[in-house]
Write a protein that binds this ligand. Structure first.
Ligand code: CA
Length: 244
């Protein structure tokens, strides 16, 4: 069932086989159901400053830096980037708006998938563009003992964020595996682009309101409608990804 996607991956990358040893997880929208709160916060604060920006756009551009996100809306209306002070102010307000919302819960299906992965002795690695220390603490609290600190890539570690492949290349390095020994699990188009560009088999989980085709166009090798669906199909998929 997954063989066609795997064959396409091997052809594209010139690899001979996939031998799964590590699973590289994005955080927001994959491990935590935090994206609706981010999207609400972005739309609310942009609109407060007279900038047109919808919740869906927040999902579409998820993973870009705060400045890049603000400039998408600002450029559209004014034809140039926003002044740095305004960017700083909007981003501070957005962070405050996000922090004032309830703590995001675990994404349904994610805890069980991680249990399966650990039982198979596969190495889970976190690769997030987030630099919010609260969310990282939240990770240690809700997924205790899953992600070793030395197997986490955050905004503090990289020069170039997603869609650059750097975060995922660093994830491979931290896991001590090669590109054909890992898979990426991502929910955002930019994150999928990053996994694809790193030469890693990239699984998209469409946990938000986007059309799944957007994730396939970004370079996803496989698409699941939810983390639960990925979890339910994990045994069969991981067998296919480990076949010699
Ligand atoms: Ca994400």
């Amino acid at each position: 069932m997954y063989q066609e996607a795997i064959n396409n991956y091997l052809k594209r990358t010139g690899q001979e086989a996939l031998r799964l040893r590590a699973v590289l997880f994005d955080m927001d929208g994959v491990l935590f159901d935090s994206m609706p709160y981010h999207a609400d916060a972005w739309a609310e604060v942009m609109n407060r400053h007279g900038l047109r920006f919808t919740r869906e756009e927040a999902f579409l551009h998820e993973g870009r830096t705060g400045a890049a996100t603000i400039n998408i809306a600002y450029n559209r209306q004014y034809g140039h980037d926003a002044p740095p002070e305004l960017i700083e102010q909007i981003y501070a307000e957005k962070s405050a708006a996000f922090a004032s919302r309830p703590e995001p819960g675990r994404m349904p299906g994610a805890p069980e998938l991680l249990r399966k992965i650990q039982a198979q002795d596969l190495v889970p690695v976190l690769v997030t563009g987030s630099g919010q220390r609260t969310l990282l603490d939240h990770l240690a609290h809700h997924y205790p003992g899953v992600f070793a600190p030395e197997r986490m890539v955050t905004a503090f570690d990289v020069k170039h964020g997603k869609p650059d492949p750097e975060p995922y290349l660093m994830g491979l390095q931290k896991a001590g595996v090669r590109a054909n020994e890992a898979v990426v699990v991502e929910n955002a188009p930019i994150g999928v682009q990053a996994g694809h560009a790193a030469g890693i088999f990239t699984i998209a989980v469409n946990t938000g309101p986007l059309d799944g085709q957007v994730l396939l166009n970004a370079g996803a090798d496989l698409l699941f409608p939810s983390m639960q669906a990925l979890c339910e199909n994990w045994e069969e998929l991981s067998r296919s990804l480990s076949a010699v």
